[in-house]
Design a protein around this ligand. Structure first.
Ligand code: NAD
Ligand code: DAU
Length: 333
């Protein structure tokens, strides 16, 4: 039975991964999470207590990280400052958590020779033109645009250096935009769903023509587990489910599924430096590790996600007003 240390699992993707891990394997899991504004202990409610331990702490705290890594067989590192808009208004927490935090974990896994999987993003590659026939692959050069994506790129490069210089047994994955249950209301899809549930209107940045490559969080979880179990040490895998959509189409679909007119949205101030398009080629993951997405029907996944937010107002309500106040302060509400 493996002992997993999962960082950042009071957040969106980490919590979904821990749920996937506990329901599909007999692993024991320790979660390390700082419970920032983006973390919520309740997100892990209902999971088997006998195989799950929660530790409230910071990945930059070398002592706590050392103690937890020493007692683990595998580390899966999700913890991060994850929201681009926040990184534009206050970059320092991104540098601290994403770079210093990753460094702290790498030094610990190096000491104990612990298997380490590093969660990263397709944003490290920069963006693509709308009509570019190429998609991001493992060979695409890094070219990040925002404080968020540059700190994620920096953390990926630390991992590569620790593999090459110190023989750390690490893998990296770069995934596209996730959606599904337990995503913070600051993010695009939950923001629009909860705006509509509140009787308000979706808010589209710029003209809404930016494209994101959507993947259901459950598919991200199954891919990460596959890589943590079978990935080649030192390798990078791109995770994506061929889900390109422009933001306007997504908002129109949210409105349609929620019984509103498809044009009942507002255009608001664009994001500074807004990446135009992301698109993932996940051939390596599919051919070498045999992974396939199982939730590729975006319309059905979005309808389920809307139902989840409708049924779980108690989970998101406490964050909604403060999140909208932040957007209002920068002309995006
Ligand atoms: P999130 O913001 O929902 O959750 C982040 C979690 O990390 C929170 O629980 C927070 O409390 C915790 N955390 C933050 N700083 C910490 C620290 N210093 N020490 C310990 N815990 C800390 O993020 P998410 O959307 O679930 O993203 C998780 C990971 O996946 C990130 O590494 C992100 O870069 C990556 N990723 C996200 C997406 C996406 O679409 N959301 C896509 C690809 C990759
Ligand atoms: O590509 C992976 C990345 O996806 C992850 O690394 C990040 O952690 C994650 O936050 C996400 O980044 P994005 O910036 O793409 O996600 P966000 O949900 O903030 O925005 C998605 C798109 O929607 C983007 O083009 C901006 C736009 N947008 C966003 C909000 C919040 C709007 O048009 N209106 C909005 O209100």
């Amino acid at each position: 039975m493996s002992r997993f240390l999962v960082t950042g699992a009071a957040g969106f993707i980490g919590s979904n991964f821990v749920r996937h891990l506990l329901t599909t394997t007999d692993a024991r899991v320790t979660v390390l999470d700082k419970l920032t504004y983006a973390g919520d202990r309740r997100t892990l409610d209902g999971l088997p207590d006998d195989r799950l331990t929660f530790v409230h702490g910071d990945i930059c705290d070398a002592e706590v990280v050392d103690r937890l890594v020493a007692a683990s067989d595998v580390v899966v590192h999700f913890a991060a400052e994850s929201h681009n808009d926040n990184s534009l208004s206050e970059p320092w927490p991104f540098v601290e958590t994403n770079i210093v935090g990753t460094y702290t974990l790498l030094e610990a896994v190096r000491r104990y020779d612990t298997r380490y999987h590093h969660i990263s993003t397709d944003e490290v590659f920069g963006d693509l033109e709308l009509d570019d026939p190429e998609r991001f692959s493992e060979d695409t050069p890094y070219n990040p645009s925002s404080p968020y994506s540059s700190t994620k790129a920096g953390s990926d490069l630390l991992v590569r250096a620790w593999v090459r210089s110190f023989g750390v047994r690490a893998t990296i994955s770069n995934c596209s935009n996730n959606y599904g249950p337990f995503q913070h209301v600051e993010k695009f899809i939950p923001r629009q769903i909860t705006n509509v549930l509140d009787g308000g209107r979706p808010k589209l940045y710029g003209q809404g023509r930016n494209v994101r490559d959507w993947i259901h969080v459950e598919d991200h979880s199954s891919a990460v587990l596959r890589i943590a179990e079978r990935g080649e040490i030192g390798a990078t895998y791109l995770i994506g489910a061929d889900g390109e959509q422009n933001n306007r189409d997504v908002v129109e679909l949210v409105l349609e599924l929620m019984g509103r007119p498809r044009d009942a949205y507002d255009l608001v101030t664009d994001r500074a430096g807004h990446d135009l398009r992301y698109a993932i080629d996940s051939t390596r993951l599919r051919t070498e590790l045999g992974w396939q997405p199982r939730f590729a029907d975006f319309r059905a996944g979005l309808a389920d996600t809307i139902d989840w937010y409708r049924a779980n107002e108690g989970w998101w309500r406490g964050q909604k007003a403060a999140t909208e106040a932040k957007y209002a302060a920068v002309g995006q509400a």
